[in-house]
Write a protein that binds this ligand. Structure first.
Ligand code: SF4
Length: 326
C-alpha cells in the first residue's frame, strides 16, 4: 500500500486562455485557474469542489499534462513534471491516471473490452503477452465485472458498468494517483452509490490517492479526507472534510452547503441571505477585490477593493477578509 506523504504538490498554478479580440483591441484572458496551491498525500482523497466553470476540470487537465500551465509548478514524487522527458515522462503517465465523467466517450467503441484493457499492459510492458488476459480478467473481477465482458463492446454495457470498466483500465498500470473528474455525474442515481463504494474500496485496498473533482457535495462528504473549495479559478477555502462540513467558514462555502439540502448544515442554512444566490460574474471580467463580493451578504468596505489571499489559520486555509483581518 502506498502511504507516501506529499505525493503531489501544486504550487501557484495558473492557466489563462487568451480570447479572440478585435483588431487593435487589448488582449483578454479567461483566467480558468489563477494561482492554485495544494498538496496531496499518498492514500488520501483530496476533493476539489465548486460550481461549473470554477476551474476544476482545467486543473484535472493540467495535472494529466493534457494542458500546459501558464505559470506555476506541479511536483509529483519530488519531480517537476514540466521537466519530465522520455522514460521519466512515461513513468509519470503510468503513475497518474484519470477517470472521466462520461464513461461512454472514454472507451473506444470499436475496441473489445479485452483489447482496451490489454493496451496499457502492452504499451508499458507490464506483463508477458501470455499473462495479459488473466490480468485483465482479474482487474474486471475487482471492479465487479465478470469475464463474460471480455469479448464484448462498450455499447453492450450500462453506464455504471462502463464506468467500472474505465476504473479497471485506470488500475491496469498500478497508478499512485487517480484523478476522477465528476466520475458519477453521468450515471443514474441508483448506480452512483455502487461506483462510490467501489472507489472507497479501491482507496482502502490499494492505497491509491484520489483527486476527486465534483460539484456533488454528498460524494465529497462521503469519500474525501480534505476539500478545496474553488470559486472563479481560485481556492477560497481548504480544510479537512469534517471541518468544512461541520463548520464552513468562507461565505461561498456556506452557499454551496446551503444549496445541497441533503447535507445542509444548520449553520449554513441560517446564514445564507438572498444576495448570495446571485449570478456568478464573468471569469473574463472579474470584479475588483474579492470575486465573490457581488454575491456576498457579509462583505466589508475593503472587499471590493483588495483581493483576499489564502491564509492558514488553525490548520485551515481561507481567503476572506472576515478572517484575514483578525
Ligand atoms: Fe465576502 Fe469579503 Fe469574504 Fe469576499 S472577502 S467572501 S466579499 S466577506
Amino acid at each position: 500500500m502506498n502511504t507516501e506523504q506529499n505525493l503531489l504538490s501544486v504550487e501557484t498554478l495558473k492557466k489563462y486562455f487568451e480570447l479572440k479580440s478585435g483588431f487593435g483591441s487589448p488582449k483578454k484572458f479567461l483566467k480558468a485557474v489563477d494561482g492554485v496551491s495544494f498538496d496531496v498525500n499518498g492514500n488520501s482523497v483530496f476533493a476539489i469542489v465548486g460550481e461549473s466553470g470554477c476551474g476544476k476540470t482545467t486543473i484535472a487537465r493540467l495535472l494529466m499534462k493534457l494542458l500546459d500551465p501558464t505559470d506555476g509548478r506541479i511536483i509529483f514524487k519530488g519531480q517537476d513534471v514540466s521537466a519530465l522527458r522520455g522514460e521519466a515522462l512515461m513513468g509519470f503517465r503510468r503513475s497518474v491516471q484519470i477517470v472521466f465523467q462520461d464513461p461512454f466517450a472514454s472507451l473506444n467503441p470499436r475496441m473489445r473490452i479485452v483489447d482496451a484493457l490489454s493496451e496499457p499492459f502492452k504499451i508499458h510492458k507490464l506483463a508477458p503477452k501470455h499473462e495479459i488476459k488473466d490480468r485483465v480478467t482479474e482487474l474486471l473481477m475487482k471492479v465487479g465485472i465478470t469475464d463474460e465482458a471480455l469479448y464484448r463492446y462498450p455499447h453492450e454495457f450500462s453506464g455504471g458498468q462502463r464506468q467500472r470498466i474505465c476504473i479497471a483500465r485506470a488500475l491496469t498500470v498500478s497508478p499512485s494517483l487517480i484523478v476522477a473528474d465528476e466520475p458519477l455525474s453521468a450515471l443514474d442515481v441508483s448506480i452512483q452509490a455502487q461506483i462510490l463504494n467501489l472507489l472507497q474500496d479501491i482507496k482502502k485496498e490499494t492505497g491509491i490517492a484520489l483527486i476527486l473533482i465534483s460539484h456533488d457535495l454528498r460524494v465529497v462528504h462521503y469519500l474525501s479526507d480534505e476539500v478545496a473549495v474553488m470559486y472563479l479559478g481560485r481556492i477560497v477555502e481548504r480544510a479537512k472534510t469534517e471541518d468544512i462540513f461541520k463548520e464552513p467558514l468562507h461565505p461561498y462555502t456556506h452557499l454551496l452547503l446551503a444549496s445541497a439540502p441533503e447535507i445542509r448544515h444548520a449553520k449554513s442554512a441560517n446564514r445564507i441571505r438572498p444576495a448570495e444566490q446571485g449570478d456568478v460574474p464573468s471569469p473574463v471580467d472579474l470584479p475588483q477585490g474579492c470575486s465573490f463580493h457581488p454575491r456576498c451578504s457579509k462583505k466589508l468596505a475593503i472587499c471590493d477593493k483588495i483581493e483576499p489571499v489564502l491564509k492558514e489559520k488553525n490548520g485551515r486555509h481561507i481567503a476572506c477578509h472576515l478572517y484575514n483581518s483578525e
